[in-house]
Design a protein around this ligand. Sequence first.
Ligand SMILES: Nc1ncnc2c1ncn2[C@@H]1O[C@H](COP(=O)(O)OP(=O)(O)O)[C@@H](O)[C@H]1O
Ligand SMILES: [Mg+2]
Length: 372
Amino acid sequence: MLIKSLTMINFRKYEQVSMEFGQHTNILHGENGSGKTTILEAIHSLAYTRSFKTRLDADLSRHGQVGYQLKGLFADHLGADHEVRLKVESARKKLVSVNNDNLSSRAQIIGRFPLVSLTPEDGELTFGTPEIRRLFFNKLLSQVDPAYLEDLQTYARILKQRNAMLQAYANDGVPIDRMLISTLDDQRAKISVQLHHARSRHISEFKKLLYTAYGRLEQEKSLKMAFISNIRITASEPESLYRQAYQDSLVEDMRKGTTTRGPHRDIFSFFLDTKDLRKFGSQGEHKLVLVATKFAEGRFLENFLEEPPVFLLDDLFAELDVKRSLMIVESLEGEHQIFITATDLADLRNHGLKIEGDTLQVINAGKIQANG
Ligand SMILES: Nc1ncnc2c1ncn2[C@@H]1O[C@H](COP(=O)(O)OP(=O)(O)O)[C@@H](O)[C@H]1O
Ligand SMILES: [Mg+2]
């Protein structure tokens, strides 16, 4: 996958700007606040219909404006062009089109324009709560498995309805409609099994890629990743097992006003030499696991989609030591389009990054007219 050009209108600090990108390494150069991350955010917003920083379109609209527009020209590895347009007119109105076909759901675009982003916020992936890792894997698996995305969306709808009832009961004593809860739990059990199987299957593939990636970066400790299902499946009748668990937890759910059991509580954890990374990992160890996870993400997408993802590397050199940063860039070069943000080109050059030649394009983010 390549992105060849980008237009932003009223997107964050940019009033109206168009730019073209090179096929290989693109360095976005500029001072802090010059708008480098915003360019990556725009690319991500086109490919996934939302930013990696916020879900609030109001934050993305240029201050004082309502709405924004993005247009990107992507090309797949067979050379076919795809024009993606995203137009936000108000808080509730977002239009996305690919080659002038308006999309009716996110599912129609997820997985078509694979990106791997590594930004300072991604630190949360190893440091943060289990929810962050669940979101990461949900996003990853959704891109390669449309049925998984559909199941996730259905599950989320059921959960929302169920939680609303539980909350109304816990807060205001509104009686629970037991027939309805039971119907919802039947549906939920069926989908839970599907989600569980998809997670187990994909995660075992993902782990192989992760361990390989980590082994390339670091040999001293061994990395393990665990997928811990909230409901252990042992029987050959997993659906009835889920149904039973959902029934058994109803009293507690009513007391707490929320749904306590199910795949929305599954856990993904990293372990270094059997020690929980989140509890015991050093800063450096966290970063290595993060980078390995991102590499594995890229491989995983590429294997399934047969399309090399674009890498968006934001502040990589500030985040990681130079030797490893260069290793990453060199291992991706040639096969992938890469975006790297940088405040100091001389520094990159001193560290051995080749900033010449036709494989590399420097975009001076600071010089792009941000304010018209
Ligand atoms: N919605 C917005 N409207 C106008 N300016 C914004 C908006 N959101 C962020 N900015 C400005 O954009 C700048 C940050 O851009 P960013 O792409 O993060 O820069 P960089 O990555 O080069 O440091 C800041 O100056 C910030 O005030
Ligand atoms: Mg930035």
